[in-house]
Design a binder for this molecule. Structure first.
Ligand SMILES: Cc1cc2nc3c(=O)[nH]c(=O)nc-3n(C[C@H](O)[C@H](O)[C@H](O)COP(=O)(O)O)c2cc1C
Length: 357
């Protein structure tokens, strides 16, 4: 058990280090294949544009979520504090990284619970779907553990992440997946949960099954941004593990493009809450996501560099995203997000082919 905790802890630290320093991005920018149609006569003043929204019952100043990244090792406390301070100040949501390490080792709790004191308007807890079932001799997390994870960070919803791409490229990954769907369905009856992919996307087939449960929403976590297959390549090279390196390189670009995943889920249900994460790099990308049917956009890696500096650097980046989103809304004549959601988009290239357009 102690060895496993150590592994979880150091792996989370390595992820931050690698994502901050190395090129671990998908080779294609799918959001650039989504074009919003320009409106030469917007008939709205830029200053009157309303970016606000309500997600999971919480009011946000803009449809932006600082996506799940970290926690569970001593240095993560400061990063989470900076992310939370900025998210609270800018009125946007915040996702925490996997809370597994803190559930296994309570002395790491404050690396997550530090976010409680900032008054972030929407907080998403986080746990991996593999931990909901039995893994390598360890029992599944109990409902009490998940309630503790939620309470630890004052979460409004708990994200259950799906990361089988990473687990399959990782040495000693949690590759037992049988039973995860049933565990998610059962948990959705007891706690408000969001099912979140981490870079490989959610297909319409998987979404259809998830829509049959009581989950509160999905984060499509699609391809086009940070790829955890690539992260595993860097970890494998360090260890001299040629098998994991080869797997990571082969599956580097695996996954459903994030914009495609948004459309596939939205086509199944007009109202179901969707967060679009995966390669969102500007407020224009946020606008594209909303226009395709997302309720909010999640941004992970672009927040990491700023978080390593200060809360102000994170807040500055979030304000940049808001400004770009506002400009995109102005240029499409969208006075609010409902209007943006109805704006016309043109897709091209691989994104269009995936969508059969
Ligand atoms: C350093 C780092 C750590 C991450 N850890 C988690 C995690 O613990 N749980 C999770 O659900 N997603 C995690 N993610 C995935 C992100 O939330 C997001 O889905 C993914 O990075 C794609 O977004 P991006 O292209 O904006 O980076 C992590 C991402 C990064 C960069």
């Amino acid at each position: 058990m102690a060895k496993k905790v150590k592994t979880t802890q150091s792996r989370k630290e390595e992820h931050v280090e690698i994502c901050a320093k190395e090129a671990v991005q998908h080779r294609q920018r799918f959001w650039d294949e989504v074009h919003l149609v320009h409106c030469a006569l917007p008939e709205v003043d830029l200053k009157d544009i309303d970016l606000s929204t309500t997600l999971f019952g919480k009011r946000l100043e803009a449809p932006i979520i600082v996506a799940a990244m970290t926690g569970g090792y001593p240095g993560a406390r400061e990063l989470n504090a900076r992310l939370a301070e900025a998210a609270a100040g800018c009125g946007v949501g915040l996702g925490l990284g996997s809370q597994r390490a803190a559930l296994e080792k309570p002395e790491l709790e404050d690396t997550f619970s530090v976010v409680r004191k900032f008054g972030v308007p929407l907080v998403l807890g986080n746990i991996g779907a593999p931990q909901l079932i039995r893994q390598k001799g360890q029992g599944p997390l109990a409902l009490e553990d998940l309630k503790r994870a939620k309470e630890m960070v004052g979460a409004d919803v708990v994200a259950v992440h799906l990361n089988f791409l990473q687990e399959s490229a990782e040495w000693d990954g949690d590759t037992q997946a049988r039973g995860c769907f049933g565990a998610i369905a059962a948990l959705s009856e007891k706690l408000p949960i969001v099912v979140k992919e981490t870079g490989a996307g959610i297909s319409r087939e998987v979404a259809r099954r998830l829509l049959g449960t009581k989950i509160a929403g999905v984060d499509v976590g699609g391809a086009g941004g940070t790829t955890f297959a690539a992260v595993e390549v860097f970890r494998a090279v360090k260890r001299g593990d040629r098998t994991a390196e080869r797997l990571g390189r082969t599956f580097w670009d695996w996954g459903i493009p994030a914009p495609v995943s948004v459309v596939e889920v939205r086509e199944l249900d007009r109202k179901f809450p969707i967060i679009a994460t995966g390669g969102v790099r500007s407020g224009l990308d946020c606008a594209r996501a909303i226009a395709l049917g997302a309720n909010a956009a999640g941004v992970a890696t672009p927040m990491l560099g700023p978080a390593l500096k200060s809360a102000k650097a994170v807040a500055d980046e979030i304000e940049m995203l808001k400004n770009e989103l506002r400009a995109a809304m102005f240029l499409t004549g969208s006075a609010d997000l409902a209007a943006l959601a109805g704006t016309r988009c043109v897709t091209e290239g691989r994104t269009a082919r995936w969508l059969g357009r």
